[in-house]
Ligand binder design. Structure first.
Ligand SMILES: [Zn+2]
Length: 410
């Protein structure tokens, strides 16, 4: 599996401006490859291989294209073919997708080097710093909080300029599967080590052992973001002050993104460390957005990234993550299986068939766990002594506590 290490990058002014010029050229290469791709009829469109060969001609016609690393240019071309594949996958799942879009000036913010054209020198500079060399761009000091991988172990390097003006580098290494911890045999799983997670409405998550983790409170951050955005709207577009303010707005937005990501890191780490099996709903984010009254909150939660992170960490920790069919998890009774529909505002599950009563999200989390057990072949989970012992009221855990129980890995 691929493991990504993100580091701050500190290019000097000259290197930064050269890197930005390269990114602009890559944007043009990408746009050109997209135009070429769609100029052929469906069924007759060029493959990545075809377009890599065409690059040679393009470079002759537009010498600018030869000013960037040839390997990086190939990456840029390959990227659109990956995008096309992703779109095909989404269409298979019933999504509507349009054509790939052109990138406007300033929209492209990164350049990627795959396998070649870079190295990392660990011996230069201060502690925690190293120097990244990118072919045709130059030398860039980078800084990481963890040990940097050796050049020969790095598969891919991505240099990115954030809208705030800060530069980052992602170093992607491959961790061989045999180095990953083995996941326990499903038939030997102890019920205490298995958990169902309901991605809730009122709390961020609600687990089958009745832990509710609070939603991250971002209201102050949103207030600040809104305030700075309004200031920006009052400035003359394109002026120096406007540009300054635009960076302030970008910084406020990035602060929100960072907080959410940090929170998700801590939650997912906690789950994979605490349990051997984590069952979650395979949520379609889009349909949630459409049905929710509170789209902004849902977006903050960024469920799909949460699930991706969870699966990524589960592989690193030897934990099973099972995505289960979400339909009906809130309707079904976790005790007897009878379905009763209830509107969103009814927070309690009360079963007309067996009389079982409990919190709506807890009931759903238990159903999710049962489905996870079934799916992985561990049989339907029985109500365990642990579950019974805990089901005497919700332990609403402040986010901070869970976060502290998590790891410093985030
Ligand atoms: Zn029931």
């Amino acid at each position: 599996m691929d493991v990504t290490l993100r580091c701050r990058a500190y290019p000097d002014e000259e290197t930064a401006s050269e890197a930005w010029r390269h990114i602009e050229i890559h944007r043009q290469i990408r746009n050109h490859a997209i135009r070429d791709y769609y100029s052929h009829d469906d069924g007759n469109r060029p493959t990545a291989y075809d377009q890599h060969r065409k690059l040679t001609d393009w470079k002759q016609r537009w010498p600018l294209f030869s000013e960037v690393s040839a390997h990086a240019a190939q990456q840029t071309v390959s990227e659109i073919h990956k995008n096309v594949e992703t779109q095909k996958g989404r269409r298979k799942n019933g999504h509507k997708t349009g054509r790939l879009k052109w990138q406007g000036s300033g929209e492209r913010r990164s350049v990627a080097y795959q396998s070649e054209g870079f190295d990392v020198n660990h011996t230069t500079g201060q502690d925690g710093y190293a120097t990244l060399r990118l072919s045709k761009i130059g030398y860039i000091p980078i800084r990481a909080h963890r040990e940097l991988p050796a050049t020969e172990n790095i598969k891919r390097v991505v240099l990115k300029k954030e809208r705030t003006g800060d530069w980052f580098v992602c170093l992607v290494t491959e961790r061989p599967d045999e180095d990953l911890p083995e996941k326990p045999d499903p038939s030997t799983l102890d019920p205490v080590d298995c958990v169902g997670v309901d991605l809730g409405i009122l709390s961020y998550i609600h687990t089958s052992d009745d832990t509710a983790v609070d939603m991250l409170d971002l209201s102050d951050d949103y207030d600040r973001y809104g305030r700075e955005q309004r200031k920006l709207d009052r400035k003359e577009h394109g002026s120096n002050n406007w540009e300054k303010q635009r960076q302030t707005v970008a910084a406020a937005k990035r602060q929100i993104k960072r907080k959410v990501l940090d929170y998700q890191h801590k939650l997912t780490t906690w789950l994979v460390r605490e349990y051997d099996l984590v069952a979650v709903e395979d949520l379609d984010v889009k349909s949630m957005l459409e049905t929710s009254q509170n789209a902004k909150t849902k977006q903050d939660a960024a469920w799909s990234r949460f699930l991706d992170l969870l699966e990524y960490k589960a592989d690193l920790h030897g934990t099973h993550v099972v995505r289960v069919e979400p339909a009906g998890t809130t309707k079904e009774c976790s005790e007897c299986g009878v379905e009763t529909s209830k509107p969103l505002w009814i927070r309690e599950h009360s079963c007309p068939a067996c009389g079982h009563t409990e919190d709506r999200d807890l009931n759903a989390a238990k159903n999710i766990l049962s489905r996870g057990h079934e799916q992985i072949g561990a049989g339907r989970s029985e109500s365990t002594p642990v579950q019974t012992a805990l089901s005497t009221g919700t332990n609403s855990v402040p986010a901070k506590r869970v976060v502290e129980a998590g790891s410093p890995e985030a």
